[in-house]
Write a new protein. Structure first.
Length: 235
């Protein structure tokens, strides 16, 4: 009987980073807002924490073979120069700009206000994005943060699950995820930050797709079967 994979130091680091980034974002948002009496923000935070905890439960308890994926994602191997630039801009925009602009908007200056429709759409985006990205990770054991060909793990083309719909379902999910926060808390101005994040993912998708076509065996044939990168019938 095969031994179940165990959580390594890199896997534990990944879990700490995920929860730590969520706490950091919440703290920065409330500091920028100048208070914590913001029910829509608390709804987003609580639902996000519950979903993330449920995902880790699935990965570590229900499907322990996916523990290997958590371990791999904790190593953060980034090789391409353009991918390092993406990582920097991504961190600054998601962990600094987005919570600060949203907090200043809804907490201090009331530059904009998104009604109840924003809350509803934002929560739909949040739940849908996290479920879709989890589906992608459950199907693709090579789902790592950095763009590289994982020769040491025998990387191959994944064509099932959400990868039968679009070639980069994880990035599609993350784009919707970062629109969910401004919509849920009600900040129209921070949607401009979300647009910038979406642009970052679009550029990274194009660069990663070109890399995979050049370096990963079988990916070229896969692109003929699944034509769209992020959004069906669009791109």
């Amino acid at each position: 009987m095969d031994e179940k994979p165990k959580l390594t130091r890199s896997g534990i680091k990944r879990i700490i980073v995920i929860y730590g980034s969520m706490v950091w974002t919440a703290l920065l948002f409330f500091v920028a807002a100048g208070g914590i009496d913001l029910p829509r923000a608390w709804a987003y935070i609580i639902i996000s924490l519950l979903l993330e905890t449920a995902i880790f439960y699935v990965f570590l308890v229900r499907y322990p073979m996916l523990t290997e994926l958590i371990n791999a994602r904790g190593e953060m191997k980034i090789e391409k120069g353009w991918d390092k630039l993406f990582a920097l801009l991504y961190a600054l925009s998601t962990l600094v700009l987005l919570p600060i602009v949203a907090g200043l908007d809804v907490g201090r200056f009331n530059w904009s206000y998104l009604g109840i429709w924003g809350l509803v759409v934002g929560l739909i985006f949040l739940v849908g994005a996290m479920l879709f990205s989890t589906w992608a990770m459950m199907v693709n054991i090579f789902f790592e943060p950095g763009v590289r060909i994982q020769k040491e793990r025998g990387q191959e083309v994944i064509m099932t699950g959400p990868y039968a719909i679009v070639r980069h379902p994880g990035y599609a999910s993350f784009i919707f995820l970062y629109f969910s926060f401004p919509l849920t808390v009600g900040s129209g101005y921070s949607l401009f930050v979300s647009l910038f994040i979406a642009l970052l993912f679009i550029v990274r998708t194009a660069l990663e797709d070109a890399t995979l076509q050049k370096e990963l065996e079988g990916y070229g044939e896969y692109t003929k079967k699944v034509r769209y990168r992020l959004i069906p019938f669009v791109w």
